[in-house]
Write a protein that binds this ligand. Sequence first.
Ligand code: 13P
Ligand code: SF4
Length: 304
Amino acid sequence: MEIKEMQQEIIRLKKEKDVCILAHSYQSKEIIEVADFTGDSFKLSVDATKVNAKNVLMCGVRFMAETAKILSPEKTVYLANPQAGCPMAEQMDVEMIEAVKAANPDYTVVAYINTTSALKTVCDVCVTSASAVKIVNAIDNKNILFIPDCNLGDYVSKQCPDKNIKLLQGGCPIHARVTKEDVQKAKKLYPNAKFLVHPECVPSVVAQADFVGSTTAIMKYAMESEAKEFIIGTEISITDHLSYECPDKIFHSLSKDLICPNMKSTTLGDVYHALLGHCGEEIVLDDYTMTKAKACIDKMIELG
Ligand code: 13P
Ligand code: SF4
């Protein structure tokens, strides 16, 4: 089947089956085109609460589908490709964090939304890259244990100098891959370009940026900026989407290695077959996980 034909079938099937499609901005253009909501992790988690449809199909990674389920327990939530996980979300487990908490009882545990729902049950409040600084500043405790991303955590601690932030060794293997030498090379090649970066990159990369933000914030900045040329320091799909959205501007990816195979593992065919009931996985969480993880996400929405 041709892409256009498959997209038309998807649009017909989602109406017929009362399905709302959520797609993270790292998904391919052909998936973004059939989605009802697109954006960064924070936007998707809020959009999930506003959805009227009985069913939700998440095109992204597992923790995003779990978040949608926790926020919309009455809906049936599916993950389009059950193999799509986020390695960072699975880096730390409940036992490990319980042990760190026991050794640091005065700390508020802040979990990046890129964590499993099981891990969220032992954390106090969630953040996303878009909301982390605001939420950490709003927490009524100086002592913060920030998990799992030490790069985002480092960025937050620089923006929140009044807080005492403890970090553990976790992070996104894709964003952490790019180096300050990659930035120097790109800046030499494109001296007039503005450098926009995701805070999941290492501190020496983030330090050289003209703008630091979530995927949505990077896209908004580039679209609204007077500048005509940009180096994009996040997953390569953002460079592709921006090139498509702003044909009068030039976008360079910071590195060809900025490709998340997990995000890329969902195809338009997966979306189509999930709507036909041939693939995809329904997200089922036990009551304890739903309640405890929801408290952590609700706190984020309250403080954000
Ligand atoms: P945001 O969507 O919060 O910008 O995060 C990027 C990411 O790595 C998602 O997995
Ligand atoms: Fe996880 Fe990084 Fe991929 Fe995002 S880009 S899904 S944080 S591995």
